[in-house]
Write a protein that binds this ligand. Sequence first.
Ligand SMILES: Nc1ncnc2c1ncn2[C@@H]1O[C@H](COP(=O)(O)OP(=O)(O)OP(=O)(O)O)[C@@H](O)[C@H]1O
Length: 696
Amino acid sequence: MENSRIPVLDPGLERSHSSLDESRRTYNMNINVSPSTRSTFGSRHNSYSDYGDLEGAQIKSSRSPSGQHGSFKWSFELSHSRKVSLGKFGSVNSVSALDMIASGLDVQHIPYYDLFVRNLSYKVTVKTQEGPIRKTLLNNISAEAFHGQILAVVGPSGSGKTTFLDALAGRISLRSLDGAVYANSETIDESFKRLSGYVMQDDALFPMLTVRETLLYSARLRLPGDMSDAEKRMRVENMINQLGLKQCADTRVGNEKIRGVSGGERRRVSIGSDLIHDPPVLFLDEPTSGLDSSSALNVMENLQMMAKTGKRTVVLTIHQPSYRILDTISRVLVLARGNVIYHGFHPGLKLHFESLGHTMPEHVNVIEYALDTIEEYQRSPEGLEPLVRLQLANKKAEDMEKSNDGIHTEDENFQIDPQPQYATSVVSEICVLSSRNLRNIMRTPELFLSRAGMMLVMALTLGTLFLRVKKDQDGVRQRTSFISFTLALLVFTSVEAMGTFLQERQIFIRETSRGAYRASTYVISGALVMLPFLMILAIIYSSVAYFMVGLVPEAGPFFFFTLIVFLVLVMANSLVSLVSGMVPNFTVGNSLCSAIIAYFFLFSGFFIDRGSIPKYWIWLHYGSLIKYPFESLLTNEFGHIDGIWYDNVDSNTILSQLSAGKVHQWLSILVMLIFIVGYRIAFWLVLKYFTKSIRK
Ligand SMILES: Nc1ncnc2c1ncn2[C@@H]1O[C@H](COP(=O)(O)OP(=O)(O)OP(=O)(O)O)[C@@H](O)[C@H]1O
């Protein structure tokens, strides 16, 4: 992308007088506007107050020079304290801010970002029957989005609305884009991504959490670690009020299967959880899709209010906005097949099309009319060409006018604030994510209880099949089979854990794409939360099966057996998590996991002893996650029962026949721990580098 700096206009403003009148709680300023600056006031900004963007004070009088130079007065009344917040608007504000500080005001700067898109193009390579071709998804787009306003991107289906939004939101690799996107005067980069929020079309939320809990977890992850929990809770309550969610604050979010809040409310929860950290720029992909007209209007009014009061820049895509929704939108960008058809205030659309000889019927929604006209052109032999040409001609005239007036809308004085990569520390992320995981598990006890029930049934089944084994040749075979089937059942029944991650994947992508937390803390918290549950499962299985079968009746071997069962469950869970990070859906994941586990079994040493495995397959024997628990459990059993078993065969002989000798049990545990850590690291790498929503 182009990285040139944009030239900036010397504001040419001079202050001739300023004062703070404590008794009347007013602040006054006289400003002289030089001839070279006048048109700045006449075009983009309507009055000096637009530069001020005051919060904590009420503008009393602000006389706009409206394209004239000369002197004008500006004053405001303090509402509560001496504290006022100013927008970041270049040297104009720097002059006034310094002046206000000198007069005794406590001036804060709020970061505002205006977006300037310049000649943005995006092409992808598409495979066709005739071979690969380059398809243009965005063609030379220029547009602006200002703080405090909503820019709505409209157009027929497939016109490139989502692609445009993705390009602005940093969801398309910058290397693949031609042209430039500036936030104030800086080209956007990773840092900009972190100060913007992105609300996807699908509401990826945890169905079992309530609205308040969802927003609170989002606040704890996205707001700075040094902010107190009470402040975070207050922010959540404000957000609930702002979004009109008070009625359903303690209702579960729900989804298609679980009864929860309404579609419109869910949409607002999504918006709230991406806005809780108060990003100055917000992108929303079809925030009103799937909503009835009143919910859609409600969402848009909330967004308009947020844009205005929080001075946020809102860019969203929308399909056919109603009359009332149009009132909430400041400017529109009409796209068709990746081209700009119109950019500006929506009432201007009528005039725009009239210049081509069309007449807009009375009482017709201007956007609907525009979309219908575009459809007509798309179907006509000349295609969109006349519309694109008209827009280019208008833009050229507009640019000329601006350059004659010496207007440069971008300002070099304000740059993107350096953003910390993550809001909170690793430890805090682990705590919040673990707490959220735990709450989700507790809210779905049936999942754990069914797994525990399955363990019990498995233990009883194997327990009765191998009931009270003897110390003879049959007993050796039965013990070996019991250990082997135990491992098979433990590992195969772990595959069901895959569903959890696959369900959460969209949430993970949504949250991490805006830097809510690290992939590593997600992996660690996921593993930590599972440990107590897996331990309970291991205890249930061991305490029933071990004594029914009649394995070594000593405490040491029993606890060792339980420990191995636990580690096998953890190992299988880690493997399944890794596979779930790599596959597109449960069916593929299930088949892949089953195939991997079957291979691990085949090469574990139970079916084919190590000596009989061909050399070129031996790596699979050592890579098998079953081999180590299998050998250590055999040693645990036969190593503790001395004496002759049958026909002069003792424990050592049995062990060497089964698994080439007694293994060092603690070494096996170490290897199992290495497997667990290895799978988790691989899972983290997959999440970090491959589970991204960035388009190339
Ligand atoms: N990776 C891609 N490869 C090829 N074509 C693509 C790719 N991504 C998007 N497109 C095409 O680009 C065009 C614009 O897609 P986009 O999703 O931006 O449209 P849209 O205006 O948001 O559509 P809708 O209103 O239906 O959501 C479509 O024709 C789409 O098929």
